[in-house]
Design a binder for this molecule. Structure first.
Ligand SMILES: *Cc1c(COP(=O)(O)O)cnc(C)c1O
Length: 321
């Protein structure tokens, strides 16, 4: 098997899917759009999303004329409240899209329970797992999802301009790809979502990232979770900043707000620490509900050490203590 073929197999194993349910596409956004287009939503159809829904998904849904977007209720922590969502769900719901872990806040939505709700509604279910794959285990069978997408460049540590797309056998058999090219037309596997001409270097890089992640998965996840806990514990003591997420299940990254995060991020960059500053556009519904324009996201990566965390808090102390 060549390197890229092994990448499809590794992605399948990572998600609990068959290799022919996997496509390698050029971004998380494109993958989600391709899946949503295959549902062929009509005016009057309802789509259920969560409050942390990715801005690109909301933008795409808004461009489909006559499609109604409903937002699932959340609890005090901003996590989807599945019981309340079940009570308020519209029977015209044809599609449910869940952001499992958002880009702007380290909450973890109950993806399996939302899968059960989608099945009860008879709706398609897609999971935006861009912040999940490579951070925690994924099993598409227990999610009961029809499709799932993850960026390559995030927790998988792959190259930019790459993403993994999963489409279930059932979904593939029941739908047709939107605007296929000569490569995708007539295909029965998930590669119908790919294009004949593609950035092959990106695919080779993504396949390599998938294989190296597979080799170190469990050890890597436990280490990053421990470092994220340490960061969150230390950040909780700050007087001028607060940790955005709370709840029993939290992601392996920490988001902070309450201070000038953009300026602080440049200070950190000078100290050699890279953090990101996700803005409102990433998850507009959730950011507006939390009255936030931007947050600082501190995400450990496989090489991060506790000494790095010291450097981070030394450089951040001027802003948050
Ligand atoms: C990054 C991200 C996306 C989009 O992925 P791209 O590969 O940047 O297109 C979608 N959803 C979430 C939650 C993300 O973090």
């Amino acid at each position: 098997m060549d390197a890229v073929a092994r990448g499809y197999a590794a992605a399948g194993e990572l998600l609990g899917a068959d290799a022919d349910e996997i496509a390698l596409v050029e971004s998380g956004n494109r993958g989600l759009q391709a899946l949503i287009q295959s549902v062929d939503l009509k005016p009057g159809d309802h789509v259920l999303v969560d409050r942390t829904c990715w801005g690109g998904t909301l933008a795409m849904l808004a461009s489909l004329s006559g499609v109604v977007v409903d937002v699932m209720p959340v609890d005090d922590a901003g996590v989807v409240d599945v019981a309340a969502a079940r009570r308020s769900a519209d029977p015209r719901t044809r599609l449910v899209v869940l952001t499992w872990i958002p880009a702007t806040c380290g909450v973890v939505n109950p993806a399996e329970d939302v899968g059960a709700l989608s099945a009860e509604l008879g709706a398609c279910y897609f999971v935006d797992a861009c912040q999940v794959v490579g951070q925690r285990p994924v099993d598409v069978a227990s999610l009961r999802c029809d499709g799932l997408v993850s960026s390559g460049r995030k927790w998988l540590g792959g190259p930019r301009g790459t993403a993994v797309l999963y489409a279930s056998r059932r979904f593939l058999d029941a739908t047709r790809p939107f605007m296929p090219d000569q490569f995708g037309a007539g295909r029965t596997d998930a590669r119908r979502y790919e294009t004949g001409e593609a950035n092959l270097a990106g695919r080779v890089g993504l396949a390599a990232a998938l294989l190296s992640y597979q080799a170190a998965e469990s050890e890597r996840s436990a280490r990053m979770a421990a470092i994220a806990d340490d960061i969150r514990r230390r950040a909780a003591a700050a007087t001028r900043a607060y940790v955005v997420e709370r709840g029993a299940r939290l992601a392996d990254f920490v988001t902070l707000a309450g201070f000038d995060v953009a300026k602080a991020a440049s200070d950190l960059a000078r100290a050699g620490v890279t953090v990101s500053v996700p803005t409102r556009e990433y998850a507009p519904l959730d950011m507006d509900s939390r009255r936030l324009a931007e947050v600082m996201r501190i995400a450990p990566h496989p090489g991060t050490t506790l000494e790095d965390v010291e450097v981070l808090f030394d450089a951040l102390s001027h802003w948050i203590d």
